[in-house]
Design a protein around this ligand. Structure first.
Ligand SMILES: [Zn+2]
Ligand SMILES: [Zn+2]
Length: 429
């Protein structure tokens, strides 16, 4: 009977579809500040911006605090931009009422001072979350230092507050905080992602420290805060260069890959422009079959994501050593994909890119030109590259001709970073 045949055909098709996982790109920012620490806006204003701008997840990561318990802030009559964060003003309170209704803010007087209670993460989740569409991930920027060198580490999907652990060196401070995160992860059974923030902020963290870390943390290859020196300077490598130095050393010494995220590190929600730490500069696109804190963290940990400041990627595929990246086309925009890596027989003593004298002797050798070479670049889309036998890793960077609408530094064009891969071993093919 043809109808019956058709019915079974459809049934098979349905079964086939439902057993196959649907992976969807989910957009998120995992570094965000609010009035709970040094952001200039209440958390609901911040969350609302990201939700309205088509993000699927957001991590509010204030300094050494979780958005829980009771916190009241003063509301002042006049704007005062001489301090950071500027005190919350009546004008901003009126904006908030306009956005959320007159009854939304909880206010009180203590003596003559008007105060507003900050909404907790629980309240924000109840108001903003939509299953499968938008979630908030509990997070903290563990804010530590060693001898005035800032050491900031984000813990994404943290369950209880972690205090900065301190230590005997920058490396020790990083490792002790990472160990504390790992300990909480083991105790709670919840996946918690650690990423080391803005290494070049205050020139606090060098590649030689990052390469030694255990516990497989990530780092910020891009942070949107204007004060963090993403691109380095004459005496310090930029974060992209640091990434290759770290990857080369880690894989040369049989350690794991090291992933790089892009984040906003947003603080300023009222004034926009170069020099302000605004929303919408850097984000991660995570390929996940579900939208929950643990599914997002697990997908990040598998490397199933890319980092972007504007370029959108439709597909990243690695099969039979063919590394293939399909970029979403845009009118009048040209793209260049660079496949970057280091050969296994790299010469650590090869001519440094810059003069050794500019650098401390213990780091000079890692500036060999052999580290992080552009192995192949193409303007074809999709961009395809057969990973050779003799590389330690390959990562990809997509350059665009489109200028960023609100860049980290003047003139920046949009970019994306695809996570590094190693050539799949023969037995896994
Ligand atoms: Zn920071
Ligand atoms: Zn921050």
């Amino acid at each position: 009977m043809p109808n019956r045949v058709l019915f079974f055909f459809y049934l098979l098709l349905l079964l086939g579809c439902s057993s196959k996982e649907t992976l969807i790109w989910q957009k998120g920012n995992i570094h965000t500040h609010t009035l709970w620490s040094d952001g200039d806006a209440p958390p609901e204003t911040v969350v609302n911006w990201y939700k309205e701008n088509n993000y699927q997840f957001l991590a509010l990561s204030d300094h050494n605090i979780l958005s829980e318990g009771e916190k009241w802030i003063p509301v002042v009559d006049e704007e005062d931009s001489s301090k950071w964060p500027p005190p919350f003003s009546l004008e901003k309170l009126n904006k908030l009422k306009k956005e959320f209704g007159d009854d939304w803010p909880e206010l009180r007087y203590v003596g003559d001072t008007l105060q507003m209670r900050l909404k907790t993460l629980k309240e924000l989740k109840d108001y903003f979350e939509v299953p499968g569409k938008f979630i908030l991930i509990p997070s903290e920027e563990i804010t530590d230092a060693f001898e005035k060198k800032p050491v900031h580490i984000n813990a994404i999907n943290i369950q209880t507050l972690l205090h900065p652990q301190g230590g005997e060196s920058v490396l020790d401070v990083m490792q002790r905080n990472l160990d504390a995160i790992l300990h909480q992860r083991q105790e709670t059974g919840q996946p918690i992602l650690a990423h080391v923030n803005h290494p070049n902020f205050g020139w606090g963290i060098v590649a030689e420290d990052l390469m030694q870390l255990t516990g497989d943390p990530f780092f910020e290859v891009y942070n949107g805060h204007p004060g963090v020196n993403n691109w380095g300077d004459d005496a310090h490598p930029g974060t992209d260069r640091m990434w290759d130095i770290i990857l080369t050393n880690r894989l040369h010494t049989n350690k794991n890959l090291f992933y790089g995220v892009a984040t906003d590190d947003s603080h300023a929600y009222y004034d926009f422009g170069v020099g302000k730490s605004n929303t919408g500069r850097g984000w991660v696109m995570v390929k996940s079959n579900a939208l929950t804190p643990s599914s997002i963290v697990r997908a990040l940990e598998k490397g199933d994501f890319y980092s972007s400041t504007g370029v959108t990627i439709d597909n990243i595929k690695l099969s039979n050593n063919n590394f293939s990246i399909q970029i979403q086309p845009e009118n009048d925009v040209r793209f260049m994909t660079q496949f970057i890596g280091t050969l296994k027989d790299f010469d650590p003593k090869a001519t440094p890119i810059v003069n050794d004298e500019d650098f401390p002797s213990h780091v000079a050798h890692v500036y060999s030109q052999d580290i992080g070479r552009v192995l192949y670049e193409t303007s074809e889309n999709p961009a395809n590259f057969i990973i050779p036998d003799d590389v330690l890793y390959v990562r990809a960077k997509i350059l665009s001709t489109k200028k960023h609408p609100n860049p980290f530094s003047k003139g920046d064009a949009e970019m994306a970073w695809v996570q590094p891969v190693v050539r799949p071993s023969k037995k896994n093919q």
